[in-house]
Write a protein that binds this ligand. Structure first.
Ligand SMILES: NC(=O)c1ccc[n+]([C@@H]2O[C@H](COP(=O)([O-])OP(=O)(O)OC[C@H]3O[C@@H](n4cnc5c(N)ncnc54)[C@H](OP(=O)(O)O)[C@@H]3O)[C@@H](O)[C@H]2O)c1
Length: 280
């Protein structure tokens, strides 16, 4: 069995590759920097990347690498499904984001979900909440670093049930290599929720880089992010996500990680190394 892992250098794809390796499953990395290169905007490398592949993990970039808008990549990914259906691939696991089932079809990731569900392949969709690793590898890290350790976001008291990319990767791997997940949609969260004030209290003094938290207005956040040369469309996407958090939609927890893995999901305290840390 060989698995093609898209987004292979990213926060989740890299963990999926690691987890497949731990489980002795052959995997091939796919991204613009892989060999051969794989680009959602350029179908030329796709058939070569799929030679000898049985299963595929699909994730579209969110724009965190480079803080740029990635709108439009979904069209390429939808076309990739046509190629997949003509290939040796039998199973696909797609990762989008929590709540994506409520998004309109004009949203790339929702259009891709619907295309996957309409395909002839065995499919599983995982929709994770915000990652723990956003504070070490993602946009929250960059905001905190630019604020000398103070994370400033347009969210006051609302909580988020953050989830660990290692748990997401473990669920993705299970769905790829074990039978019984076809047709399932998983909403992946951590076991508890915390506000950004609580998050900062846990990370302060750990060396993670977030020492304190301050809620700001949308316009203050936008001004700050523009000063960091972030793309305006990417900032607007983030503001939409923060508004979802502020309205309480990212707070609830599910048991899907535990149900699939047979163990509890990592807490943010586990991730920050201030609780009972589980082994990798
Ligand atoms: N951050 C969160 O909290 C969160 C929560 C829920 C869902 N999500 C979803 O997670 C996804 C992003 O995953 P991630 O955070 O693991 O990614 P990431 O760390 O931002 O990495 C992006 C990956 O995509 C590749 N890539 C970028 N542009 C590409 C292109 N044109 N063609 C092919 N590959 C390309 C990059 O590699 P190369 O540069 O080598 O191409 C890299 O491997 C998004 O769909 C987002 O909606 C994120």
């Amino acid at each position: 069995m060989t698995v093609l892992v898209t987004g292979a250098t990213g926060k989740v794809g890299s963990q999926v590759l690691a987890e497949l390796g731990r489980r002795d499953v052959e995997a091939r990395a796919a991204s613009r920097s892989s060999c051969p290169p794989f680009d959602w905007q350029n179908p030329h490398g796709w058939e070569e990347a799929l030679l000898g592949i049985d299963k595929v993990f699909i994730v579209l970039p969110g724009g965190d690498d480079g803080h740029r808008s990635v709108r439009g990549l979904g069209d390429g990914a939808v076309r990739f499904l046509d190629v997949l259906e003509r290939s040796s691939v039998k199973r696909v696991v797609l990762m989008t984001a929590l709540g994506m089932e409520h998004a309109p079809e004009t949203v790339d990731q929702r259009r891709l979900e619907l295309r996957v569900q309409a395909s002839s392949l065995d499919w599983t969709i995982v929709r994770p909440n915000w990652f723990h690793q956003n504070v070490t590898e993602g946009p929250l890290q960059d905001i905190a670093a630019a604020g000398a350790g103070t994370l400033r976001l347009p969210v006051a008291q609302a909580a988020v049930s953050f989830v660990d990319t290692r748990d997401i990767a473990a669920v993705v791997t299970e769905a790829l290599i074990v039978d019984g997940h076809a047709g399932n949609e998983y909403a992946l969260t951590g076991p508890d929720s915390l506000t950004f004030h609580e998050l900062a209290a846990l990370t302060a003094g750990t060396g993670i880089g977030v020492e304190s938290y301050e809620a700001v207005s949308d316009s203050e956040f936008k001004r700050f992010a523009l000063e960091l040369s972030w793309d305006a469309e990417y900032i607007d996407t983030l503001l939409g996500l923060f508004s979802t958090i502020a309205n309480g939609y990212a707070a609830s927890t599910t048991t899907d990680v535990a149900d699939v893995l047979g163990r509890s999901a990592r807490t943010f305290a586990d991730f920050a190394g201030v609780g009972a840390v589980r082994s990798q």
